[in-house]
Design a protein around this ligand. Structure first.
Ligand code: FES
Ligand SMILES: [Fe+2]
Length: 327
C-alpha cells in the first residue's frame, strides 16, 4: 500500500506481509505491482526507471513488463532471447481513496465503501503514513480504543475530567464490526481547530465505526448538526512487527482550511499513540481471549480478536502474519 500520489515520481518500494514490492504506473495510468527483487541479481527494481510500459532494472538494464515477464536482456547479442525463467511475480492492485491497495492473493472481500471520499463535495485530506514498530493489529486496536483518549490525548481527543467510557455494543457482521458511541470530547483547541463541535453545548462526539477486518476502519463523526467528518484508516501490515497507518479524512465543513492543520493534528495524535503502542508486549496482539485483561469497555477489542480468529486472520505469536486480503 502507498499513497497513489507518490507514483507520479517513478517506481515506489513498499513491503506487504514481508514481501518486497515495487509499485509503478504504466503509460495508461494503471498501477503495476511486482516483486521488488530483480531475478538477475536481486536488485530492487524500485531503483530502476519506467520506460514506456516497462520497468528497467538499475543494475544491468533488464526490462520487465507489467505481468512480471522480462522482455529484454541488453547483455545478449539478441536482447529478446530471454529465458522463460526470467520473470518476477506480479500482483493485483487497485487504486481507491488516494491509496494503492495490493493483494498478494485473491482478495476475500471488497474494499469498504466510503462515498463521502469520492463524491467530490467533501474536502479530503490525507495524513501519514505512520510507520510503527508493531503489529498492524495493535495499531488498529489503538485507533478504536476508547479508554485511552483522556490519558494519551488530554485536551485533544479526550477530557481528563470525564474518563468513563460510555456504553456501546458491537455487532459483528461477517468481516465487519459495527459500533457507535457518543462520548465526551475535548473542546476544539486553539492550536488544532479541526472538529465541527462548536455548535452544541458540552462537546459530545457521535462516532459510528465500521471496522473492516483485518486492518481498515471507516469512522463517521458528527456533533448533532450538519457537520460531518469521515476518518478512513488503513494499517499496512509491512511485516509481523511493523506497520504503517494511512489516514484519509473527509469533511463537509472548514472547506477552505489548509491541509496542514489536520495533518499537524494527526501527526501529534499518532505521535502520542506510537510511544504507548510500541511499548506493548507481547509484540503481536494476543488473539487468545484468556490473554490480557478485558473489561466491559474493551468490547471492541474483544469482538475484534474473536472475529479475527473466526475468520482465520489471527496470526499466532510464533508465525508470520496470516492476513491475506488487501492491505
Ligand atoms: S540485477 Fe537487475 S538487471 Fe542485473
Ligand atoms: Fe490514540
Amino acid at each position: 500500500m502507498c499513497f497513489a500520489a507518490r507514483l507520479a515520481d517513478g517506481p515506489v518500494h513498499a513491503d506487504l506481509l514481508g514481501e518486497p514490492l515495487v509499485l509503478w504506473r504504466g503509460p495508461d495510468g494503471s498501477t503495476r505491482v511486482m516483486s521488488d527483487v530483480c531475478v538477475h541479481r536481486g536488485t530492487a527494481l524500485s531503483l530502476g526507471r519506467i520506460s514506456g510500459d516497462e520497468i528497467v532494472c538499475a543494475y544491468h538494464g533488464w526490462r520487465y513488463r507489467a505481468d512480471g515477464r522480462c522482455v529484454a536482456i541488453p547483455q545478449l547479442a539478441d536482447p529478446s532471447r530471454v529465458p522463460a525463467k526470467a520473470r518476477v511475480q506480479a500482483f493485483r492492485a487497485q487504486e481507491r481513496y488516494g491509496l494503492i491497495w495490493v493483494a498478494l492473493a485473491e482478495p476475500r472481500w471488497p474494499l469498504p465503501e466510503v462515498p463521502e471520499l469520492e463524491d467530490g463535495n467533501w474536502a479530503v485530506v490525507t495524513a501519514g503514513p505512520y510507520a510503527w514498530q508493531c503489529d498492524a493489529a495493535r495499531q488498529v486496536e489503538n485507533f478504536t480504543d476508547f479508554g485511552h483518549f483522556p490519558w494519551v490525548h488530554p485536551g485533544l481527543l479526550g477530557d481528563p475530567a470525564r474518563p468513563v467510557v460510555p456504553p456501546h455494543e458491537v455487532r459483528t457482521d461477517g468481516h465487519v464490526l459495527h459500533y457507535a458511541i457518543v462520548r465526551p470530547e475535548a473542546r476544539n483547541s486553539d492550536e488544532f481547530p479541526v472538529f465541527g463541535n462548536e455548535q452544541s453545548g458540552p462537546p459530545e462526539r457521535r462516532s459510528r465505526y465500521e471496522l473492516h477486518l483485518p486492518y481498515t476502519i471507516a469512522l463517521r463523526l458528527g456533533w448533532g448538526g450538519d457537520q460531518g467528518m469521515v476518518y478512513f484508516f488503513a494499517s499496512q501490515p509491512i511485516a509481523a512487527d511493523r506497520c504503517a497507518g494511512y489516514v484519509v479524512i473527509g469533511r463537509n465543513y472548514n472547506l477552505g482550511q489548509g491541509d496542514r492543520v489536520i495533518q499537524d493534528f494527526e501527526d501529534t495524535i499518532f505521535g502520542q499513540d506510537q510511544v504507548v503502542v510500541e511499548s506493548q508486549r507481547p509484540d503481536r496482539v494476543p488473539f487468545d481471549l484468556a490473554a490480557e485483561l478485558h473489561l466491559k469497555f474493551d468490547a471492541v477489542a474483544v469482538a475484534y480478536r474473536k472475529a479475527m480468529r473466526t475468520l482465520g486472520l489471527a496470526a499466532d505469536a510464533s508465525s508470520g502474519v496470516e492476513a491475506d486480503s488487501v492491505g
